[in-house]
Design a protein around this ligand. Structure first.
Ligand SMILES: C[S@@+](CC[C@H](N)C(=O)[O-])C[C@H]1O[C@@H](n2cnc3c(N)ncnc32)[C@H](O)[C@@H]1O
Length: 226
């Protein structure tokens, strides 16, 4: 397994993000990494299941583990609300744990137990790891496009690829269709991107498409419900 060493930069809310050294893509909005992730993936996605916990676990699927910020925020929420989350994240270019150890997320989130973030990075890949009573994670090393996903399984899909210009293949109808199968009825897809093309593709596939307002200088984001 080959790790990458992306650069770290500070975003406008004071939290770090990473920059891919090959394509210069930021992992989060320059307007604020923590602010964006909380808004797109927690407030407009996970929160629905925290408010209406399903029987058993909340199953979350993520495209791109990257900095681990979304997994960390999800873990913090799961532990705060005492619900169980099974987190499944796929990553083709894993970040080296030494880089992750320099990210300021635990400090910015006032988490005195920095280990809650670090162990998300240092736990094993390609197997289900239970990190607490409320959070287990399966980080899969591989290409998202080559994975098989169970049908009607996930409550939440965190669609967190790089921008469409950088990776158009990850925004194709094929992905949108496969996620429709993988989500359970009522399952929620959210992403920072809000292109007209994405909205049309989601509606054509049968999702209920919403465009909540964005944060950090972005006008809108995308929320789609199966
Ligand atoms: C916008 S970043 C978001 C990462 C992460 N969710 C975070 O909060 O840091 C996109 C991520 O997708 C990963 N990625 C790119 N192509 C991929 C592919 N084909 N399959 C899986 N992950 C991929 C990148 O390496 C990067 O970590």
């Amino acid at each position: 397994m080959q790790f990458t060493h992306p650069d770290i930069v500070v975003t406008k809310d004071g939290s770090h993000t990473l920059v891919n050294t090959d394509n210069q893509q930021l992992y989060h909005s320059h307007g604020g990494a923590i602010q964006e992730s909380k808004h797109v993936f927690i407030k407009h996605n996970l929160q629905n299941w925290l408010d209406n916990p399903p029987e058993g676990s909340i199953n979350v699927l993520e495209l791109g583990f990257g900095s681990g910020l979304n997994a960390y925020l999800t873990r913090l929420e799961a532990e705060k609300h005492n619900v169980d989350v099974n987190y499944h994240s796929v990553e083709l270019y894993p970040v080296h744990p030494d880089v992750a150890a320099r990210l300021n997320y635990p400090v910015e989130l006032n988490d005195s137990d920095t280990n809650r973030f670090l162990e998300i990075h240092t736990c094993k890949w390609n197997c289900q790891e239970r990190l607490s009573d409320n959070f287990s994670i399966n980080k899969v090393y591989g290409d998202f496009l080559e994975q098989d996903f169970p049908t009607d399984h996930y409550h939440s899909f965190y669609y967190h690829a790089f921008a469409v210009k950088a990776q158009p293949e990850l925004w194709s109808n094929q992905v949108i269709d496969r996620m429709y199968h993988a989500l359970r009825p009522g399952g929620i897809l959210t992403t920072f991107s809000a292109t007209g093309q994405l909205g049309r593709s989601l509606r054509a596939r049968g999702y209920r498409h919403e465009k909540p307002s964005g944060v950090g200088g972005k006008r809108e984001i995308t929320r789609a419900i199966k």
